[in-house]
Design a protein around this ligand. Structure first.
Ligand code: NAD
Length: 293
């Protein structure tokens, strides 16, 4: 039997509706939650992400602002801009869109954002708090969104074997941090695989829950998945496809046709994890305004 689809777009809509209600409650207290995104350079994919973040903020009744800086911006100039936003009481969340031009040290910029405004959850203080299981951490949006999807679809994680493919700081590592904690939608036994893992399929076949975040199109095929496993596809790749109107289509890290025949539940691409990322960003921003506004 083909797997049930995990509808990320529907869950994201629900999260955004809840965010809107929280924004309304803050407006009564004269606080308008605000997210400022800094975009350095003209990377077309980044420009699309940034526009959609700004639009989503405004739709939720929040202040959404984008600061565009030229590709030639120096590290000192960018840090000065971050300092300004750190001190601006109208700004509750600051997000510096990655990647940055090579003259800028991304880690230095991330560390400059006040942890209370780091709604991306990349500052070492938030990374540490997430690992400790501190309730006031801002967890990175994509793995936090995956955890919400598992919760919303009643996927039991306690005592289950979770295998994550990928060890990046934005997806793989924080995903492991979240699911190994004790508590709701956690308590899992987590294995993190990466590019040096010997015999990836041996690990993936053991997974009750398989989370693919390798950045490799259709890396996970049906023969690598245990029957009945829950499969979460974080990957996103735009590939050429002359048969579509746009000439392109999106693929994930999972080979959907074969894996969906083996899994019990699966996220599609698009419409799975993708919509959750922005929803969680809005949720982190409204939370920043509630906590520190
Ligand atoms: P990354 O390139 O930073 O990290 C990829 C990780 O996968 C690395 O740790 C690497 O060791 C591992 N890896 C690569 N090839 C592998 C292989 N053959 N076997 C096992 N491990 C392997 O990527 P990232 O930023 O973590 O993103 C991963 C994917 O998720 C990308 O496709 C990205 O576009 C997508 N993504 C989607 C969202 C979203 O909102 N849906 C958000 C972030 C990232």
């Amino acid at each position: 039997m083909p797997a049930d689809l995990i509808d990320g777009a529907a869950v994201a809509k629900k999260i955004r509706q809840a965010v809107t209600l929280r924004v309304d409650a803050l407006l009564v207290r004269d606080i308008r939650p605000g997210l400022t995104v800094i975009l350095v350079g003209e990377d077309p994919a980044s420009a699309v992400y940034v526009r959609s973040k700004e639009k989503s903020c405004i739709e939720a009744g929040m202040r959404g602002e984008t600061i565009r800086m030229p590709a030639s911006t120096s590290e000192t100039e960018l840090l000065a801009r971050v300092d300004q936003l750190n001190h601006d009481p109208r700004v509750h969340g600051i997000l510096v869109q990655m990647p940055l031009p090579k003259q800028i040290d991304a880690q230095k910029v991330i560390r400059r954002i006040k942890p209370e405004k780091d709604v991306d959850g990349f500052h070492p203080v938030n990374v540490g708090k997430t690992l400790i299981g501190d309730a006031d951490a801002f967890a990175p949006c994509t793995p936090a969104g995956v955890q919400v999807l598992l919760r919303e679809y009643g996927v039991q994680t306690s005592g289950r074997d979770v295998v994550i493919i990928g060890r990046s700081n934005i997806v793989g590592k924080p995903m492991a941090s979240l699911l190994m904690q004790s508590g709701e939608t956690a308590d899992a036994t987590v294995t993190v695989c990466h590019s040096r893992t010997a015999n990836l399929a041996w690990h993936t076949k053991r997974a009750d829950i398989l989370i693919a975040a390798a950045g490799r199109p259709e890396l996970v095929t049906g023969d690598m998945v245990k029957a009945g496993a829950v499969v979460i596809d974080v990957g996103m790749h735009r590939v050429a496809d002359p048969s579509t109107k746009s000439g392109t289509r999106l693929l994930g890290d999972v080979h959907f046709p074969s894996v969906s025949l083996v899994a019990s539940k699966i996220t599609p691409v698009p419409g799975g994890v993708g919509p959750m990322t922005i929803a969680m960003l809005l949720q982190n921003t409204v939370r920043a305004a509630e906590l520190y506004g």
